[in-house]
Design a protein around this ligand. Structure first.
Ligand SMILES: [Zn+2]
Length: 428
């Protein structure tokens, strides 16, 4: 793995300004598909704007000399064919869909970065040894239908048509109908499943403020955090707010407020990368002059180590029970969602560290608290993720922003990594 970077300091500067201009052009162009009247971009799966964006991207890829192809769910691939067509492809890319009123970087950046990297490599070095591909994944966010990672999940075999047959969006449009209107579906185009992928690399904005705060250019993702989601129902007694003395109350909300504080204290005590959130709370009867008799709330906990997460959740269950007991409340807790942490590929991470080191680009290993398509690909091939800073960590909002120079640095690191894997035949 001991390698020299072929890009000289002068060339690095020239390339960075080139990528800086180019990446903004592509991102601004992509943002013209599905702008939201209220601000930001709303590009939901299988909508007109989504289809236009995918088709326009296909044209752009073809214009760069890539061989384009859609699969039957609408993932778009642009291939820079290699000399050895039997060697598994190296793929980079991200998702084209957004949340409602999302920003112009989440997902789109990974696609634009791949496009620039492949375009540059082809112009500079011609045909690679093994095929390099850019993918514009059809869906990641789960914003229109209750189904996330539809694009990447279909490629790796974790998603299939049976799972979506009954799904509808908020306007009661069936998933299948929306898909067919765009020209995709079972029997319409190439099967999404792939078994010829040698590696997947996703470039993404951080969606957190760690890199910006520490003044670091590149985050090499160590692990995508695991998640547990718990739901609690706390039952006390509804009663008159005026006539029930304080010592006679069984106030469900009061108990919950103590639980939330205990949760925060323990999460802070355990420390990073643990995060725990109460994001939903329903109070019943939710009336100004009645002591709350019931409260329902959720806990979302994330960490890079599944065992730490399980220990934390056991603690939460016990602690909440004892708080409930003290306040004479009944409590019931269940875990309704769990996702194990996904470590990224060791050698790929080491290559990224090495590329950054040799190019004098500051970098650090970090945990991704958010889920990404990369966690799907990890099931079938060596996978890695690279983050660039997000201003104030804001994402899923029209306020999402990353400095053009920071975006360019991400493209540069990706380009070098793809060169090593595609042209030098670096083994994984
Ligand atoms: Zn994303």
């Amino acid at each position: 793995m001991e390698q020299n970077v072929r890009i000289s300091p002068q060339e690095k500067e020239r390339l960075l300004s080139h990528f800086e201009t180019q990446i903004m052009q592509v991102l601004n162009w992509l943002a013209t598909f599905s702008p939201d009247e209220e601000g930001g971009i709303t590009r939901l799966l299988y909508t007109e704007g989504w289809l236009e964006a995918q088709q326009a991207l296909a044209q752009k890829m073809a214009g760069c000399g890539l061989k384009t192809e859609f699969d039957h769910v609408g993932n778009l691939f642009g291939k820079l064919l290699g000399e050895d067509l039997d060697a598994p492809s190296i793929i980079t890319g991200s998702h084209i869909d957004t949340v409602v009123q999302g920003g112009m970087y989440d997902g789109a950046y990974g696609i634009a970065a791949g496009l620039l990297a492949l375009d540059y490599l082809q112009q500079q070095f011609g045909k690679p040894k093994r095929t390099l591909e850019i993918v514009s994944l059809c869906e990641e966010e789960g914003s229109r239908f209750p189904m996330a990672y539809w694009g990447s999940g279909s490629i790796v075999g974790k998603r299939n048509f049976e799972q979506i047959v009954h799904l509808q969006d908020s306007d009661e449009v069936f998933f299948t109908d929306a898909m067919q209107l765009c020209g995709f579906g079972e029997g319409m185009g190439r099967d999404s499943r792939r078994s010829d992928i040698g590696a997947f690399i996703e470039v993404h904005i951080e969606q957190g403020a760690v890199l910006e705060e520490e003044g670091i250019a590149i985050g090499v993702v160590d692990t995508i955090a695991g998640q547990r989601r718990l739901k609690f129902e706390v039952i006390g007694e509804s009663n008159h707010a005026g006539t029930t003395p304080m010592h006679m109350r069984r106030d469900a909300l009061e108990g919950v407020s103590m639980m939330i504080q205990a949760l925060r204290r323990e999460a802070v005590r355990i420390g990073e990368p643990l995060v725990a959130t109460v994001g939903r709370l329903l109070v019943l009867p939710n009336v100004p002059n009645v002591v709350p008799g019931k409260a329902i709330f959720t806990v979302d906990a994330r960490h890079a180590d599944g065992q730490v997460l399980d220990r934390f959740c056991r603690w939460v269950m016990q602690e909440f029970s004892s708080i409930a007991d003290e306040r004479q409340l009944a409590i019931q807790g269940t875990e309704w969602f769990r996702e194990e942490p996904v470590p990224m590929h060791g050698k790929l991470k080491a290559y990224m560290d090495d590329v950054c080191g040799k190019m004098s680009i500051s970098s650090k290993r970090m945990v991704s608290g958010a889920g990404h398509d990369a966690q799907m690909f990890e099931h079938i091939c060596p996978t890695a993720m690279l983050f660039v800073p997000s201003r104030r960590g804001i994402s899923h909002s029209p306020e999402e922003y990353t400095e053009p120079r920071d975006l360019a640095v991400g493209v540069l690191v990706l380009t070098e990594l793809l060169y090593r894997l595609g042209y030098e035949g670096e083994e994984l």
